[in-house]
Design a protein around this ligand. Structure first.
Ligand SMILES: [Zn+2]
Length: 113
């Protein structure tokens, strides 16, 4: 998968991460089909989005150490210049607000705002 050359931009509203502005971040492809709807509502994205076009979500919206298989190992490989495929665990959904404010987000999401 030669997606290193293609431009990825985070699909989360108000997130400015992109493979140009933050090239060191990992971008995960947004799944297609039904799961895409779930991802959209998880991050509060109300604008309709094509269910087939490629979209990406940056690592900030995940608890990567828990949500990604072999995160540490993959990161080491990537820093070593190897091509790695980061794989999210099943049924993992992105968080709207970056991980640094993870705790508040959870309360906030539970309020249904
Ligand atoms: Zn993002």
């Amino acid at each position: 998968m030669a997606n290193l050359n293609s431009f990825a931009r985070c699909f989360v509203p108000n997130c400015t991460s992109s493979s140009k502005s933050t090239p060191s971040k990992v971008f995960f492809p947004v799944p297609r089909g039904e799961a895409r709807q779930q991802w959209c509502s998880a991050v509060g994205r109300s604008k309709p989005m094509s269910s087939t076009s490629p979209h990406h979500c940056c690592q900030d919206h995940f608890d990567v150490e828990n949500d990604v298989y072999n995160w540490d190992w993959c990161l080491t490989q990537m820093h070593a210049g190897c091509k790695v495929k980061f794989q999210l665990k099943e049924n993992v959904l992105p968080q709207k607000v970056p991980k640094c404010s993870h705790k508040q987000v959870k309360d906030w999401l539970l309020c249904g705002v």
